[in-house]
Design a binder for this molecule. Structure first.
Ligand code: R5P
Length: 300
């Protein structure tokens, strides 16, 4: 059991500096500072610079690329906090890496999402908040978890920018419930593309699922954009069906290589991505969504 602490502080990891600052300014929480260095052989070293004794902590660190390094930093931050007399460690994971390997697709594979959860709990996390994770299955490895709904911030942007009642499309049937949440907030309908991924090669092919975008502004919403291939395939289908304008949105924008340019060249008029992954393209902040969820659940 963790002991009762006199105060709640934050530890803002290097992969979530901007988001962490926003959360600190919305909550007024004080930060526990730390240093990080890398040994010549590549190992990463973390040391807390402020006293953790007697405090609880919100530890905020995205598992964005480089995923393995950011995971190791998170594990060390949690462990350093607990080893140095810290109380309850509540971890906020804005983007959860390995979430797409949420089951065994082929014989011989691990369920990497559950492995990541076990590592984070083994480091000392008592509870975890995850922003719009890839799937429910992906987060089942965390015994004490909450999921943060970040769609409200996207809905506010679209309502203020001429996309009220736009048609919302998921580029994959599995992402349709997220598209439906956005559609109900902006007052539009929603549909989805049927995407099939070859389990061996990873290549995708998309066909029309339920699509009725003709003559309408369309928002194409996915949880993750990595190479941009999924979105480009969906844009082709939407254009063929006579959509007016396509705005692309994702929660977690990894934008590998020239993914951003590929999507613009395919015909998107704008691309929205949140700060769960901090890149030059992060133009929507989920800080308020996180703080709201933490308050609702009594974490703050
Ligand atoms: C997969 O299931 C995810 O929801 C995304 O659709 C996928 O990660 C996007 O990858 P890419 O941008 O490489 O097509």
């Amino acid at each position: 059991m963790f002991k009762h602490s006199v105060s709640l502080k934050t530890i803002v990891g290097p992969a979530s500096v901007k988001l962490g600052e926003k959360i600190c300014s919305l909550t007024g929480l004080e930060k526990i500072r730390f240093s990080i260095k890398e040994f010549p052989d590549g190992e990463v070293y973390v040391r807390l610079l402020d006293d953790a004794e007697g405090s609880d902590a919100l530890i905020i660190q995205s598992l964005s690329p480089p995923q393995d390094r950011n995971l190791m930093i998170l594990l060390q931050l949690i462990s350093a906090f607990k080893t140095n007399g810290g109380g309850r460690a509540s971890v906020i994971i804005p983007y959860m890496a390995y979430a797409r390997q949420d089951k065994m697709f082929l014989p011989g594979e691990p369920v990497s999402a559950h492995l990541v959860a076990r590592l984070i709990e083994a480091a000392g996390a008592e509870r975890v908040a995850l922003v719009e994770p890839h799937s429910e299955m992906a987060v089942q490895g965390f015994r004490n978890r909450i999921v943060v709904d970040a769609i409200k911030s996207f809905a506010e942007y679209y309502l203020e920018n001429g996309f009220g009642e736009a048609y919302v499309v998921a580029p994959d049937r599995n992402a349709a419930s997220r598209a439906s949440r956005l559609a109900s907030m902006i007052g539009g309908g929603c549909g989805w593309v049927e995407k099939v991924r070859d389990k061996e090669t990873g290549s995708i092919s998309s066909t029309e699922g339920v699509l009725n975008p003709a003559g309408r502004k369309t928002i194409l919403l996915d949880d993750i954009i990595s190479t941009g291939g999924t979105i480009v395939e969906a844009i082709k289908l939407l254009k063929a069906k006579g959509t007016l304008e396509i705005s692309v949105a994702c929660i977690h924008g990894l934008f590998v290589g020239n993914a951003y340019e590929k999507i613009i060249n395919a015909g998107a008029s704008s691309i929205l991505a949140s700060d769960t992954v901090e890149t030059p393209y992060s133009n929507i902040s989920v800080a308020e969504d996180i703080v709201r969820a933490l308050r609702e659940k009594g974490w703050l």
